[in-house]
Write a protein that binds this ligand. Structure first.
Ligand SMILES: C[S@@+](CC[C@H](N)C(=O)[O-])C[C@H]1O[C@@H](n2cnc3c(N)ncnc32)[C@H](O)[C@@H]1O
Length: 129
């Protein structure tokens, strides 16, 4: 193995991975952004502009990204089981202490034990499959 064979995440273009994921998901669901917007409208109406959110089946953290863009005072926990998507999420939000990501299978009856908080203001998800 040479130095150039070493795999590293340093310098990875996480924004490009996010854009690639968004493009792929929008092919399946063209009104995805509108759904995100309505979700956050509901959150703001019900619990205000600084919610603690549980982003279930978070994938790359798409909901959390929209949440922070709109509500900078929000906090989030993302839960997913896919290591590749979680790597993109963790890379994207590496320096952001408003969010943490949890690897868990929602089919496991004990998945909630892995969460950092006992309660959330809102539980958001978009297509958990
Ligand atoms: C279509 S993607 C949606 C991701 C993200 N919410 C978004 O809008 O881009 C579905 C996600 O559900 C996750 N998922 C499916 N089954 C799951 C399970 N049993 N436990 C945790 N995550 C699961 C997948 O890993 C994937 O990230």
């Amino acid at each position: 193995m040479t130095d150039t064979d070493i795999t590293t995440t340093a310098g990875t273009d996480w924004a490009a991975w996010q854009q690639s994921w968004d493009r792929q998901q929008e092919w399946y669901m063209p009104d995805r952004e509108e759904r995100f917007r309505i979700m956050l409208d509901m959150v703001e109406a019900l619990v205000g502009p600084a919610p603690r959110v549980l982003d279930l089946a978070c994938g790359t953290g798409s909901i959390t990204a929209r949440l922070f863009a709109r509500f900078p005072g929000a906090t989030s926990t993302g839960v997913d089981l896919d290591p590749a998507l979680l790597a993109i999420a963790e890379g994207t939000f590496a320096d952001d202490d408003r969010v943490s990501f949890v690897t868990a299978d929602l089919k496991d009856p004990d998945w909630r034990a892995k969460l950092p908080y006992d309660s959330y203001d809102a539980v958001l998800t978009r297509s958990a499959r």
